[in-house]
Design a protein around this ligand. Structure first.
Ligand code: SF4
Length: 384
């Protein structure tokens, strides 16, 4: 760490290190004797692992050109799943006790088979979110799925997950989500300090740290930000939507062109934190497993959770209006069907609201951001 950094910058730097070095974090946890569970994106009930005393770590792939994963994942698979399988097959994820995997889209169905065949040393804990969220039997179905997840975690990780511990973990996760929402709000008053990449680091580091520790750091950052005078941002502002806005070089291109991020709907970032785990009304709904399952039914504006397609576009235009954003940047993961289906509706809603909409092609493995750089420059030069 550079010498004599102010406290705020020091904390942001530390989270940047965590976000950039998940493998280092994994090694640290294993050296400390912790049991680590991999959590595939997104909406994996990490709370169960947390309640069993384990350390959950998000698996979001990375910038690698897959060579082994091609045996099971065709080239037209999204880069997240290809890089996750590559890391699993090449030993990068060695040390994980097991991997929890939701079946949120068709890609996961092939991925689960590929994982079982290619990564035999790390057991898989798969589960399904019901796609018809209006069916009266759907909450009971998901609760049952989570019970199976709990039993498999207990078996593979040799632990016990009690309802009492799960209740405490739910409070930890709800508090963490609230901390992330506070950060997103405070960041908008300090866009000179919270650049697009730094904002991303704060969100991404949450995937690799125990949530209570991460929440404490984030709240300390929020306190430090609030001590500073509000900064009036003179450049352009955008909302990001999509699965991820990686590789990070893309965010640096935004910053180089004077564009700040004032909100996001990225699956890797705010999408995870905007829906609290509900309290529940009836005595049955107040049971922790039921509460955990019911969170899925409260999620809105997500490509993986079926609802009226216009809802996401309206959510984004509202977010843009609230934060004074000039446009919406759709970070469209290549070969992600569910996101591709949503894009025309988002673009139409943006146009209706008088907002500019830019679509960037996202492929985690690419090192050449030339096309995105040109698109962003044109977007800014044309006044957005
Ligand atoms: S939702 Fe999209 S990005 Fe996520 S696994 Fe499916 S295809 Fe890949």
């Amino acid at each position: 760490m550079p010498d004599a950094m102010p406290e705020l910058e020091e904390m942001l730097f530390e989270l940047g290190e965590v976000a950039s070095h998940p493998r280092r974090m994994l090694r640290q946890y294993l050296a400390a004797g912790k049991k680590v569970v991999g959590c595939m994106p997104v909406y994996t009930p990490e709370e169960l692992a947390h309640a069993g005393g384990m350390t959950p770590m998000g698996l979001w792939g990375g910038q690698v050109t897959p060579s082994l994963a091609g045996k099971y994942n065709p080239v037209f698979t999204c880069s997240i799943m290809r890089s996750c399988l590559e890391y699993g097959m090449s030993g990068v994820y060695d040390g994980l006790g097991c991997v929890m995997m939701p079946m949120l889209c068709d890609t996961f169905r092939g991925m689960s088979a590929g994982w079982r065949a290619g990564v035999k040393a790390i057991p898989l804990v798969p589960f399904i979110h019901p796609q018809n969220r209006t069916d009266p039997g759907a909450p009971a179905f998901l609760t049952e799925e989570y019970r199976v997840v709990r039993a498999l975690l207990e078996k593979h990780m040799h632990c016990e997950i009690t309802d009492e511990a799960l209740e405490k973990s739910i409070e930890v996760y709800n508090a963490h989500s609230a901390a992330m929402r506070s950060f997103a709000s405070a960041a908008n008053e300090h866009l000179d300090v919270i650049t697009p990449a730094i904002r991303h680091h704060v969100f991404k580091s949450a995937l690799f740290m125990p949530k209570e520790e991460h929440a404490a750091r984030v709240l300390a950052i929020v306190r430090e930000l609030r001590k500073r005078p509000t900064h009036v941002w003179k450049g352009k502002k955008v909302i990001l939507t999509g699965i991820t806005a990686e590789p990070e070089a893309l965010l640096n291109v935004l910053a180089e062109n004077g564009v700040a991020v004032t909100g996001d709907d990225l699956a890797q970032e705010s999408r995870q934190y905007r829906t609290p785990i509900p309290e529940g009304g009836s005595p049955m709904e107040r049971l922790p497993m039921e509460r955990l399952a019911r969170q899925w039914f409260d999620r809105r504006g997500c490509s993986m959770a079926h609802e009226t397609r216009a809802a996401r576009g309206r959510m984004l235009t509202d977010m843009a209006k609230e934060t004074g954003a000039d446009g919406i940047v759709v970070c469209l993961m290549r070969f992600c069907d569910v996101e591709e289906y949503d894009y025309p509706m988002i673009a139409a809603e943006a146009e209706k609201a008088g907002l500019h909409c830019l679509c960037l092609d996202i492929d985690q493995s690419t090192r050449d951001n030339g096309q995105s750089r040109t698109k962003i420059q044109s977007f800014v030069e044309m006044g957005m």
